[in-house]
Design a protein around this ligand. Structure first.
Ligand code: C5P
Ligand code: MG
Length: 202
């Protein structure tokens, strides 16, 4: 039992939470460098599968292009594979996952198998008009089809509202959710995230 408690403290597992365009990817890049974490961006993994033309990628493409969520079983399987292939990680930063309550429950089980758990959930808070502006701007350079059409973007917000936002309550109930202002200078937002992480590490 003692050993389990020790192991639990060894990994730092963060969820970077927030709507599309909140800055999860940008902040993840900075956080993985500072805390030496392994980055799991399910959106990036799905796009890589799509680019490689795998069966999973072809299935995901239909959902991504409509701005809908890929079924839980598919995404959970992909995350499980990633974690098993990175078993020596000092910890994980989950970016864009979990997106639903069943995904969060599956993640708890997966981390339990690593004798670990979620350390903290950092929610980047940005209002919708600002998000639409950011996504349309990103669409001009990223080539992401789901960033170029305002209807698809609105659909992604709808999915976020209905299926993902309830996770803020799920993690608040576990005293793990922290909301952070996601508008302003990237470095200031980063500092604020680091303060919350360092508080968990103490
Ligand atoms: O996380 P990101 O915004 O990059 O995701 C892009 C798209 O990938 C989502 O709109 C959704 O279609 C799909 N996705 C998903 N489930 C996840 C992550 C991404 O369905 N956990
Ligand atoms: Mg992203």
């Amino acid at each position: 039992m003692k050993l389990l408690i020790c192991d639990t403290l060894i990994m730092l597992n963060l969820i970077l939470f927030g709507p599309p365009g909140a800055g999860k990817g940008t902040q993840s890049e900075k956080l993985i460098a500072k805390y030496n974490l392994s980055h799991i961006s399910t959106g990036d993994l799905l796009r890589a599968e799509r680019a490689a033309g795998t069966e999973l990628g072809n299935l995901a493409n239909d959902y991504i292009s409509k701005g809908e969520l890929v079924p839980d079983s598919v995404v959970i399987g992909m995350v499980k594979n990633f974690m098993l292939n990175h078993g020596d990680a000092a910890g994980f930063i989950f970016d864009g996952f979990p997106r639903t309550i069943p995904q969060a429950e599956a993640l708890d089980t997966m981390l339990h198998d690593f004798s670990s758990s979620i350390s903290v959930v950092l929610g980047l808070e940005v209002e919708e008009d600002e998000l639409v502006k950011r996504l349309l701007l990103r669409g001009q350079s990223s080539g992401r089809v789901d960033d170029q059409d305002e209807n698809t973007i609105r659909n992604r917000f709808q999915e976020y509202q209905n299926k993902t936002l309830p996770l803020a309550g799920f993690y608040s109930n576990q005293n793990k959710y922290v909301g952070v202002q996601g508008i302003g200078e990237i470095d200031l937002i980063f500092n604020s995230l680091c303060q919350h992480i360092d508080a968990v590490l103490q």
